[in-house]
Design a protein. Sequence first.
Lengths: 433, 449
Amino acid sequence: MADDGREESLGTDDDSDQTGADGSLNNTMVEEGSTLMRRMEICVAEAEKRSGKNAVSMQETFTVYLIETRPMDAVAEGHNPAPDCLWRRYSEFELLRNYLIVTYPYIVVPPLPEKRAEFVWHKLSADNMDPDFVERRRVGLENFLLRVASHPVLCNDKILCYFLTEEHGWKEAVYETGFQAKADSRLRALSATFRVRNPDKCFMEMKHYSDELQSHTSQLLRARARVADRLYGVFKVHGNYGRVFSEWSAIEKEMGDGLQSAGHHMDAYAASIDDILEEEEHYADQLKEYLFYAEALRAVCRKHELTQFELEMASQDLISKKQQREELATGIVRTFSFKGMTNKLFGQEAPEQREARLKLLEDLIAEGEETVKEKTIERAEHVEKAWVDIQRFKEQKDKDLREALINYAVMQISMCKKGIQVWSNAKECFLKM
Amino acid sequence: MSISAPRGLASSGQKPITEILHPLSAAEEPLSPGPDVTVSGGRDKEVGLTNGTPVETPSPASASVLFNRLQLDDDLDSDGRDPYADTETHDLFVTVDDPKKHVSTMETYITYRVSTKTTRIEFDLPEYSVRRRYQDFDWLRTKLEDSQPTHLIPPLPEKFVMKGVVDRFSEEFVETRMKALDKFLKRVADHPVLSFNPHLNAFLSAKDLNKRQGLALLSKVGESVKNVAGGYKLRVRPPEFCAMGEYLDTFNQKLGTIDRIAQRILKEQSEYLTELREYGTVYASWAGSEEELQRPLEGVAGCVTTCCGALEDMSENMGQDFLPVLREYILYIESMKNVLRKRDQSQAEYEGRLEAAVLRKQEDRTPIPAEVEKCQDKMECFNADLKADWERWQSNKRQDFKQLLTGMADKNVTHYEKCQAAWESLITLLQDKQTEDKTSCKSLWEIRQ
């Protein structure tokens, strides 16, 4: 397992914040299972509306979420201490995640629930303030924290810990890490993607896979929403039977009772679809999580492309400088150079000048060799760590999605059973007609 | 052209012979209900065949016809309340089946085999098998209407279909039409008065009905001519017939609504089916890019496909069995309203003549002519026939709708059962693989425990 005790990205070995549950923060060895999760119970318990002034001094309403934590040992020993809690809003979660992405570019960082409701079928609200949306978001935020806290690498991060325990001053701490400066510029990353020559084949396959995963999950979410829409229509139209059977029963003698009761069952049938589809949203949320996870996976692959590209650039630079030195030393021009041209046109330069230039070149070459060493290490480390996490991610994904499919099947079975129940009841009524 | 065994309503076709008593057998034993109608009361399905000789292929005129006939009886018997159980005819059995396409230079049309089995002396032979086309049924109906104006004549399926919109020779259309024709003929054969009509006799037994080709055209025209019986205006419709009229109007309306609902459901289901199919293919294509998840995803795709198939079956059934019966009843109501009007005419005529005669008697002591009495008789006959037929009709209607709606419920239950079975077998598959899993990585569900 990787040695994650030192937070290299933070640059400091800060021991000053060891308290209580944070005690094992600087453990040098992190064994399997000894994650934050083992030490703490975490949950996102509630959501509340707040009002306040935003950055441009305009009044806004937003939702905050209550994070509760409790030391695990206390729970295990049977005490039931009141949990520590604090409130956070969505934007703070986003900040935390951005920090993690920059700080751990070799980790497939768990995603947040969606910012805005997407893939909605028509009856579902796309309003961020809608209570059902808020509730699902609460669950999604909790999942995010649970995943991060149980990740072998991420769980030891101090900023993560502060996020869970320090309501005020956390933001300042994050900014102080200076992570924003370390973020790779979009342009650089994009450029690397296009110009890199020898990216690792496995990573390229992974990148391709992440595209596939993203495409398939989004297709599935769209198709599911359309199916939900249509199914809603089918169920609701049956409600009309309820009304007409009731009206018809009024003019019948012996058939009346049977018809009337059957009508009630038809109404019940039509009403049942609301709950069925609401439950299915949880399945959609599970798919969405992996839709966003695909993006995180791609980010790790892109980082590889970047480190590889920078190594290539550094190596190339070194080679060309060495060549220049050779030309300068031997006078043989192998490649076109401006100096070569001017030499031909205006004659060779004076030996002192040449010496000066040679010295400069030697310095540059020394620097360049250092750079190449650094970049080589950077690239190799990234490859090694990222590959470990990618394997972990793959296993997790397979498990999670398999469970999601099982849950989906269970939901379908439940829906079928309800349907059988209702129609059997209706049939009983018809038989009494 | 072959037709698969008709499903749904027991109005025609082949039924397993093991459940049937031969119509001419001496022993009359209680019979089991048909597969489409469940009757509470603990009757089991096994009934011995008392005729002795087991027949492998059911012949329509004997086995299934009897079965269908007695099925109707059974339903009535199980109520214990139907007053017509004793007056039902048990000696004339008809079936319509075996459609065949005929192509001639002039036209293409379908004929159906009409099989009869009877012990009535009005018929020369105990069995007949003739081929008839829709035109012939139409002729029969017209003749019955003309000759028995006081009775409710069952309706025929719709005569005209838009060429180009409906394929008159498609299997579904022909089968639907055939079932309706079979029902029509059975209802006529069941009727204590109509079944003795000589036109029915000719229809069932004559080798060909060529003589009356030209008369077919007059069918619709003749009807309206008949309605103008001296132009008498009715003053007051007696309350029992008012009630009938009102009932028919409301019932008609409700049936129309149910028809619209059913069609709408079919439409929604069809659109749902389209999306569902697409949904299934997305799972299948995702499976292609996965390793561990390939089987589970393919499994889900398979389940979705199974559900699509189940839904398709149900929709097809509804289209073929449910809607035509609704439409038939709407036609039935139309013809019944006509009969009510004719009854009104007959009453109007009587009252008109009576009034005129009374006035004349007051003037010059002319006695009331015999004609007036004849009119009165006619009216009273009409009233009696109509009342009797009304009761029969109500009773039949109740059975028909009970069967229809129960059938609809059954189809839905079957559909859900099929789907449930598919998903349950998938879960077994998915969970099996789970227990093999020995990786250390935790799923979200495991983390949450």
